[in-house]
Design a protein around this ligand. Sequence first.
Ligand code: SAM
Ligand code: SF4
Length: 466
Amino acid sequence: MKATPTVEKAEIEAQLAVMRRIKQNNAGRELKALVETYGCQQNVNDSERLKGMLAEMGYTMTESRGEADLILLNTCAVRENAEQRVFGVLGAMKHIKDERPNVIIGVCGCMPQQSAVAERIKAKHRHVDLIFGTHALYRFPSLLAEALEHRSRVVDIGGGGAIAEGLPSLRDGGVKAFVSVMYGCNNFCSYCVVPYVRGRERSRAPEDVLAEVRALAESGVKEVMLLGQNVNSYGNDRGETDAFARLLESVGKVNGIERIRFMSSHPKDISKTLLDAMARCEKVCNQLHLPLQSGSDRVLKDMNRRYDRERYLEIVDYARSVMPDLALTTDIIVGFPTEERADFEETLDMLRRIRCESIFSFIFSPREGTPAAKMKSRATDEEKTAWFNEMLEVQNAVSAERSLACVGKTYDILVEGPSRHEPDMLMGRTYANKIVNFKGDPSLVGKIARVRIISAQTWALLGEPV
Ligand code: SAM
Ligand code: SF4
């Protein structure tokens, strides 16, 4: 078996010691920290580790910038508007530093992992004390210690991305939890910055993933979402094949875990073995997030996706043959530079054929350093926006039909808590991740309830317990 780079135990111990030291120094002071998260589930999961470390250092969490003694922005670099939002927030935070110079302000995650962006933050936002990238996450305690002790700016965007086990994590205490099973990506889709900011694929050892899932189950978590940029290649860097299918089966044996989901799976290398394992393992929800990105073979080639329409349709056919109730979701990019109207229409055609529950759709955003950023765009911005809206209309109709098809059926719902808009109702989700609101006893929270669907809106269903 090949070795995947991991952070030495001694180094983790050293970070834990720094956390204890900071906690001692903080004793008697009521310090509050705010971690703001931008971007994907992986970032949410990283923020949980940052919060876990902060809690070990004696900080309590707050949602308010105004009362925080430490503010950390965990950033996303996938699209330009996410970056612009962070720059906007950084600008707005200057007055916090002017009014309360002791506040520590940090920027971490995918944005500063790009050296040009780190330079821009350094040059234009002098009130930022801490700048560190995704690879330095486990070093946060010692970086913070340096910033606190020397009252000088600390920057760390190096590191090879070795896997760090044994760090604390602070989750929201709900019934669902994210568990990263691997980091990084080897695929280099021509539009995507992820391989540059997250590095190459590194898989956690199955025993480490299982230990985390067992601990979550003991703390009352019922559903885990296993995360990786492409879980199909989980274990490949450790010299294993089909390791994710085996991992699913092992996680399925953890007592207390009722539901398992995962994302993402790349259409180029999803295997029948994985789909069969999903179908076989009762706890694995029959829900598949399979990003299509485009329905045009020519655009898919330019995107370096390494599959075509036919391959995608074959996978969906096979998946539905072994899981007839499969709930499919996908990602679509509109306005890729080489996309023309005819290509876009092929995307619409695919959406009508594959009939997703819902889609995550984005207008192409050029990312510096990626091949697609150098390609000349064939459509105007106005056309791209019009296409985007047209696509939403097509998909909303499909989503509405799929929701309507649920009416009269009975589902097992994992109850998450009170409904967001109607607090006297409960909210839970079906295996397909559809939101269901229903009147029920609050003691059902955290449990699976049988609920019959009585009506449907596009995004949520109304039910009654049976
Ligand atoms: N690894 C996942 C995969 O391959 O499906 C995706 C990870 S990425 C964080 C999530 C989604 O963002 C992608 O599926 C894609 O649709 C979108 N995305 C990535 N780069 C983009 C770009 N430059 N412009 C617009 N959308 C982009
Ligand atoms: Fe980005 Fe492609 Fe990797 Fe997904 S598979 S993270 S879209 S490079």
